[in-house]
Design a protein around this ligand. Structure first.
Ligand code: ADE
Length: 226
C-alpha cells in the first residue's frame, strides 16, 4: 500500500486531517512536528511545514527521504487569480510554477520552473470533490507559488501576466520541485481564502478556517476512496 505524505503550511490547514489521523509517532524536524500514522488504514505522514518555499521544500525532502512517502499532497488555502475564480472555490493543480523566479532558472537543473502534477491523484481528487458535493466551483490548472502574500492588485496583475495561474500561494511549486527531483507523484489542493487583491487581508482572516477545512475534507475523502 502506498504511503501518503501530506503537507500544509499553517496549523489551520492540517488541523482537521490531524483530528482524523491515528498517530503512531511524532518527531520534531527543523522546528516542525512530523506526524506518522494512519488514516483509514492508509499509512500517512503529516506535517505543518510553515509558510514559504524554503520551509516547504525542506519538509518535503524530509518526508520523502526519511519518512519514505510514495506520494505527496499539499493542502490548504490560496488567493484566487484566474478569471471567474471566487473565494471558497477549489483549485486542483495540473501544474505548479514559481512566479518570483526568472528565466535563468531554466538553464540549470531541473531546467524548468513549472512542474506537472500527477494525473491519477488529480482524478481521485475530483472524485472526492464530487462525493463531498460542496456546491463550490472546482478548477483544474496552474498554481503559482512565491515568497510573498499577494494583497494588492498591481502585484496580482504582474503575476497574471507572468504565468496566468488560477491561484497564488507560497509553497506548492517548491513541494512540486522536490517531488520532481525525487520522482514522487504530487498534487496541490487549495480552497480560495481571498482574491489576492486589496481586500485580501480581511477576506483571508474571515475565511481562513472555512477554506482550510474544506481542503482538508477533500484529502480525507480521497483517503476514503483510494
Ligand atoms: N495564501 C492564501 N492567500 C494568499 C495570497 N493572497 N497570497 C499568497 N498566498 C496566499
Amino acid at each position: 500500500m502506498k504511503k501518503w505524505g501530506i503537507l500544509g503550511a499553517l496549523d489551520a490547514e492540517i488541523a482537521k486531517i490531524k483530528e482524523n489521523m491515528q498517530i503512531e509517532k511524532t518527531e520534531e524536524v527543523y522546528g516542525s512536528v512530523v506526524y506518522d500514522g494512519f488514516i483509514n488504514n492508509t499509512p500517512v505522514t503529516l506535517v505543518c511545514c510553515g509558510i514559504g518555499k524554503v520551509n516547504a521544500a525542506a519538509l518535503a525532502g524530509v518526508i520523502i527521504r526519511e519518512f519514505k512517502v510514495d506520494v505527496i499532497v499539499n493542502v490548504g488555502i490560496a488567493g484566487a487569480m484566474g478569471h471567474g475564480v471566487q473565494t471558497l472555490d477549489i483549485v486542483v493543480s495540473e501544474c505548479a510554477e514559481f512566479h518570483d523566479t526568472d528565466d535563468v532558472m531554466k538553464k540549470y537543473y531541473p531546467f524548468t520552473q513549472c512542474f506537472d502534477a500527477d494525473e491519477a491523484l488529480k482524478e481521485l481528487c475530483l472524485k472526492a470533490v464530487k462525493a463531498l458535493d460542496t456546491k463550490k466551483n472546482v478548477w483544474c490548472g496552474k498554481i503559482a507559488t512565491g515568497d510573498r502574500f499577494v494583497n494588492d492588485k498591481e502585484t496580482k496583475q504582474k503575476i497574471v501576466e507572468k504565468c496566468a495561474p488560477l491561484c497564488v500561494e507560497m509553497e506548492g511549486a517548491a513541494i512540486a520541485q522536490v517531488a520532481y527531483m525525487n520522482k514522487t507523484p504530487f498534487l496541490i489542493i487549495r480552497t480560495m481564502s481571498d482574491s489576492a487583491d486589496d481586500d485580501a487581508d480581511e477576506t483571508y482572516d474571515n475565511l481562513l478556517e472555512l477554506a482550510a477545512d474544506q481542503s482538508a475534507s477533500i484529502i480525507l475523502k480521497m483517503l476514503e476512496l483510494c
